[in-house]
Design a protein around this ligand. Structure first.
Ligand code: P61
Length: 471
């Protein structure tokens, strides 16, 4: 070992190293726990990482939602909150930022993403209609169903295969979509629900060529196209990196071009937009805007705050401008990729290519001896917590829930455990610790047993379900 030269990250990847475009001004201590404490915490939480207390978590990769670090400028913005009931100046800053970077005409603020999903689903969907989309997301689909719609997955087949290396696994399969349109009639499709990037597929992007073709297809049948823009900035990074003709365009330009093919968007600002709470809806049609603005006052708050404080809207307006900085986006996605490259080099099965916000470990390949009905991805999240206090989440059969018609478990092709990386929070050393812990539970995989569900709530069951170990 003595004469072996260590190599920097850049050297390992054959390039010059680069680092995050920020330095740390304030730190939040985190606590390590003993194996005994973790056993007790996990049993108390019913083997569900959503039910752990965060004070008992060491490195928290449960979600990249609302867990990012705000900048000094955003914190300064917090002090500029105009807490008027109506017409807060911070709302106008938010409106201006969304218009400038996403390009839509009319903006409706909401408390977070699902508030926006609720409004758009209720306004656009009539009972009995079909909503096609590029793979389901839990809250998005639930709101579409509660409004009386049926979600239909029209993502390309490659997305359901964790080892397929398609560069744009989030793409819509236009043939699948057209078959659906012909089967149910365009008048029974209120809109196409397009997400960039696709969370449940592993943070996979949609190409510009795909959205352009999708727009043309929607125009042919007169069907609106609405975008879940939650992680659309990260999607823009993949277009810049992988799609012909975009290498020299900025993230901001790519984002705006992509949104330009759509009629509107909803947003969980807790991700790309770098805030701890907030959301918005944006559309170009003034009648639709009127309907949404009329609905927001019932469920969220006035149309100039939508459930956010003035200070939240100011931090959000600033977050939107910081989010499109090219160096920021690159360092964010490359950090996720660094963790992925360690795991891949150790032959641990993860979704490839690595997506924008998280590493998704393939629990079917990790635990081939555990049947899907015994919740292998849930068991993996539990094992990881026991090993090191690192918290991830299940994205498989528990998350998929039950079919509302038959009441049976849905059996998704992807059975994954997600390690989501908060933005601007953890260092490369944290990623090393995470990788080693995943390796430790991989090495011990043959001893791991499945779980049984002993409590199951009706909606979004994964948040509060409880499990026991199968002996
Ligand atoms: C997450 F386990 N995502 O990924 P809200 N669209 C998309 C999201 O990723 C999203 C929302 C809409 C979360 C939080 C979360 O099953 C779960 O602001 C693409 O969270 O209301 C949220 O935005 C909803 C975790 C949500 C889950 C649902 O961690």
């Amino acid at each position: 070992m003595k004469n072996r030269k260590l190599r920097t990250m850049g050297e390992q990847f054959g390039r010059r190293s680069w680092a995050e475009p920020w330095k740390i001004k304030m730190v939040e201590p985190i606590r390590m726990t003993s194996p005994q404490e973790r056993q007790e915490s996990l049993a108390e939480a019913g083997y569900n990482t959503f039910l752990l207390r965060s004070e008992n978590v060491y490195i928290d990769l449960l979600s990249d939602s609302g867990t990012g670090a705000m900048s000094d400028r955003q914190w300064a913005g917090i002090m500029l909150g105009d807490e008027a009931y109506a017409g807060s100046r911070n709302f106008f800053h938010l409106e201006e930022a969304v218009r400038q970077y996403y390009g839509y005409r009319y903006i409706v603020p909401t408390h977070q993403g699902r508030g926006a999903e609720h409004l758009i689903s209720r306004v656009l969907i009539k009972p009995g209609q079909y909503v096609p989309g590029n793979m389901y997301f839990t809250t998005t689909r639930l709101h579409q169903e509660l409004a009386g719609g049926t979600f239909v997955d029209v993502i390309i087949d490659e997305a359901h295969d964790s080892s397929n290396l398609h560069p744009f696994k989030g793409n819509v399969d236009l043939d699948k979509l057209e078959v659906l349109i012909k089967r149910v009639g365009a008048e029974n499709i209120p809109y196409v629900s397009l997400a960039g990037t696709v969370n449940m597929a592993g943070g996979q992007p949609v190409s510009m060529a795909n959205v352009r073709a999708l727009r043309a297809l929607c125009d042919r049948y007169n069907i609106p196209l609405h975008l879940d823009a939650t992680r659309m900035v990260e999607n823009a990074f993949f277009i810049q990196e992988r799609e012909e003709g975009y290498k020299d365009k900025s993230i901001a330009d790519i984002l705006k071009e992509f949104c330009g093919y759509t009629d509107g968007a909803w947003m969980s600002a807790k991700k790309d937009n770098l805030v701890n709470i907030g959301g918005w809806l944006a559309v170009n049609d003034s009648d639709l805007f009127d309907a949404l603005r009329n609905m927001v006052v019932i469920y969220e708050g006035l149309h100039t705050y939508g459930g956010m404080a003035g200070r939240d809207m100011e931090a959000l307006a600033i977050g939107i401008t910081e989010a499109v900085n090219d160096d920021h986006v690159r360092s964010r996605v490359e950090q996720v990729r660094y963790l992925g490259s360690l795991l891949t080099s150790w032959d641990i099965p993860i979704v490839k290519p690595v997506g924008g916000h998280a590493i998704f470990i393939d629990a079917r390949d990790f635990y081939p001896h555990i049947a899907q009905d015994q919740f292998p991805a849930q068991a993996m999240a539990a094992e990881l917590y026991l090993d090191s206090g690192i918290r991830g989440m299940e994205r498989g059969i528990v998350s998929a829930g039950r079919d509302p018609e038959t009441g049976d478990h849905r059996h998704p092709a992807l059975e994954l455990t997600r390690l989501a990386i908060p933005r601007r929070v953890y260092t490369q050393a944290h990623m090393d610790v995470v990788a080693e812990s995943v390796k430790a539970i991989y090495d011990a995989r043959e001893q791991t047993r499945g779980l049984k569900m002993v409590y199951e709530p009706e909606y979004l069951r994964f948040f509060q379900a409880r499990f026991e170990r199968i002996a």
